[in-house]
Write a protein that binds this ligand. Sequence first.
Ligand SMILES: CC(C)(COP(=O)(O)OP(=O)(O)OC[C@H]1O[C@@H](n2cnc3c(N)ncnc32)[C@H](O)[C@@H]1OP(=O)(O)O)[C@@H](O)C(=O)NCCC(=O)NCCS
Length: 158
Amino acid sequence: MGRSDLSLAEAIAEQVHPALPEDPAVFAERLQLFPSGCLLLAGDSVCSGYAIAHPWRLSRPPPLNTILGQLPDGADTFFLHDLALLPAARGAGYAGIAVRLLAQRARAMGLDAMSLVAAGTSHAFWRHIGFRPLELDGVADAAVATYGASARAMVWRF
Ligand SMILES: CC(C)(COP(=O)(O)OP(=O)(O)OC[C@H]1O[C@@H](n2cnc3c(N)ncnc32)[C@H](O)[C@@H]1OP(=O)(O)O)[C@@H](O)C(=O)NCCC(=O)NCCS
């Protein structure tokens, strides 16, 4: 993903996550802070998905729609902020490919875990990939709740 692709990613997010909106500044900041964690699924004439991840602290998932400011020292997870495909692009293996690619990048940085907040009905997908529920403290639970009532923190330890 490059800066000129940000509006494409935002348009996909509007379609896929209408109940969990995030400001354009959030997308732009993630790309600026950690460009190699931002992927776009681009075909010949259409973009149909994106993934955004960055190093972070396992115990402190960022609340939804939050500007981070900077990446932390001593990151211990690759936080998968979002993975979203338009319906027409689902079921073809692209999401699995994106997660494996991001996991490779995490390992190359010396990180031994990926984590995320599973929103909506995505828990089963994440479990299939290898993620498991992550127990957190009350402060973190409040951050997780900003992703919706059914949201759950999950971790995949490599
Ligand atoms: C979640 C999402 C990215 C999955 O995309 P997808 O195209 O269906 O996934 P893939 O085709 O790459 O599937 C990868 C693997 O997961 C499995 N899988 C897909 N959906 C699954 C589900 N709901 N439950 C269990 N396994 C699932 C596939 O069978 C495949 O398994 P395999 O590698 O063993 O063959 C997509 O459905 C989506 O964008 N949903 C809306 C946004 C969303 O919920 N994002 C997550 C926010 S936290």
